[in-house]
Design a binder for this molecule. Structure first.
Ligand code: GDP
Ligand code: IMO
Ligand code: MG
Length: 420
């Protein structure tokens, strides 16, 4: 067996959580492979809404094992709060939620460093989610990190203290006020709560599962344009978001990757700072924001909105080896008489049809105008029932990317999903 992957092709919030929840009955195992509580994955079913930050989105399915893979950075406090919230719904997670022992832990001082770094950057700040992601991954590559497996070691508190002191020394060089004791207390309580979960050797677990014929789906967080290598650096997150990250993040070989589902919104959004060529500052932008309820699931910040960007989408399809596309929020475009899609960019009068090194304000998207369908897509039960204008839009995307659109999401609820 191979591991399928579902990941974001834009700047995050494409609807990954919703679609993983929809697909999870087909899988034995759902695994997060990167990122941390910067993610906010929304699931809506039976008139209930859950926003998951660390727990994989297969958690509400009876026979699915959910795993936090070793590429993730885990904040015990956020994790404990999330467990409590999900268990309130009647689920007992002890049996179907596992954590890879190499998963890195976010310390209280990582969050402080994140805030201090942003404060130092001033106007140039990344617009991070403030969850300590950057500093935690810095400690991983700096070979300083604490990992979940360390929790069971007798010297855990000493290791914690040593790392915390390193952070405090660094913080002395900033002009930044902070308090730590309250969060630290909660953090140690939450570390105790972690101990009821099974810590696993991720690589053995996933490879054994594949040998036994089990089906695995790797759930991405963030989106390709936020990837540490492929994204709009430095306005990115600190992990490998792309399909390449599944190998290191779960501990499996590239030859074990199967289908790669690339998910995108029918338009584009971005939270935080950084370039966004098709961003709108007009009524259309406001309309997308309002009708699409575009507010960050983790921070509540307003999401910036713009039209679909084919140059960026084709780049993301290529870099991830996407084999099937998933379009979400098509229903939001139902409200528009016409809408636009950027076909390519122009820079100083020259056509650019790749994602350039530096995305500046001089880069001008060149738009194709599409006619809206002005009807409710929820009534469509198959591709044949698409309004003709919608079929034109979908065919255009398939032709340009060379990849079929296999799933279309027409609402936030689990049931508002058309598998073509
Ligand atoms: P994720 O981070 O990729 O899981 O996405 P988020 O949960 O952060 O953001 C997606 C938002 O869109 C959430 O509020 C979802 O409930 C909602 N959503 C997902 N798919 C659709 C869709 O097809 N139509 C509409 N209207 N909302 C959707
Ligand atoms: P999901 O999984 C949207 C953005 C932040 C910021 C940048 C760096 O819900 O799609 P970080 O806290 O990672 O250091 O922030 O990345 N960002 C996201 N934007 N969705 C996310 O996750 C994001 N996770 C991080 O807004 O611009
Ligand atoms: Mg999100």
């Amino acid at each position: 067996m191979k591991t399928d992957v579902l990941l974001g092709l834009q700047w995050g919030d494409e609807g990954k959580g919703k679609i993983v929840d929809v697909l999870s009955p087909e899988y034995d195992i759902i695994a997060r492979f990167q990122g941390g509580p910067n993610a906010g994955h929304t699931l809506i079913f039976n008139n209930q809404k859950f926003v998951l930050h660390l727990i994989p989105s297969g958690i509400f399915r009876e026979n699915t094992t959910n795993v936090i893979g070793e590429g993730v950075v885990l904040d015990p406090v956020i994790f404990a709060e999330e467990i409590e919230q999900v268990e309130k719904s009647g689920r007992n997670l002890s049996e179907n939620l596992l954590i890879a022992e190499k998963t890195n832990i976010i310390l209280p001082t990582h969050r402080i460093l994140d805030a201090a770094d942003e404060n130092e950057l001033g106007k140039l700040k990344i617009g991070s989610t403030g969850k300590g992601i950057g500093p935690a991954y810095k400690d991983k590559t700096g070979r300083n990190a604490l990992r979940v497996g360390d929790i069971m070691m007798p010297d855990f508190r000493e290791k914690y203290k040593a790392l915390k002191n390193k952070h405090l020394k660094r913080l002395e060089t900033y002009n930044f006020e902070f308090g730590i004791s309250e969060y630290e207390e909660k953090w140690f309580e939450s570390i105790e709560k972690l101990k009821r979960f099974k810590f696993i050797n991720g690589s053995h677990f996933f490879n054994d599962a594949l040998s036994e014929g089990k089906k695995i789906l790797a759930e991405g967080a963030q989106g390709t344009l936020l990837d540490i290598n492929a994204g709009t650096y430095p306005f990115v997150t600190s992990s490998t978001v792309t399909s390449a990250g599944v190998c290191t993040g779960l501990g499996i070989a590239p030859s074990k990757i199967g289908d790669v589902y690339g998910i995108f919104k029918a338009y584009t959004t971005r939270v935080g700072s950084g370039p966004f060529p098709t961003e709108l500052f007009d009524n259309d932008g406001e309309k997308l924001q309002n009708i699409g309820h575009e507010y960050g699931a983790t921070t509540g910040r307003k999401r910036r909105c713009g039209w679909l960007d084919m140059t960026a989408l084709k780049y993301a399809v290529q870099i991830n080896g996407v084999t099937a596309l998933i379009m979400t929020k098509a229903d939001i475009l139902s409200e528009f008489d016409t809408f636009k899609v950027s076909e390519y960019y122009e820079l100083n009068g020259k056509k650019i049809n790749y994602f350039p090194y530096k995305i500046t304000y001089d880069l001008k998207p060149v738009y194709k105008i599409f006619k809206g369908w002005k009807s409710n897509l929820k009534n469509c039960k198959s591709k044949d029932e698409f309004p003709p204008e919608f079929a034109v839009f979908v065919n255009y995307i398939e032709k340009e990317t060379g990849v079929p659109v296999k799933i279309i999401s027409t609402g936030a609820d689990r049931n508002d999903t058309l598998i073509c």
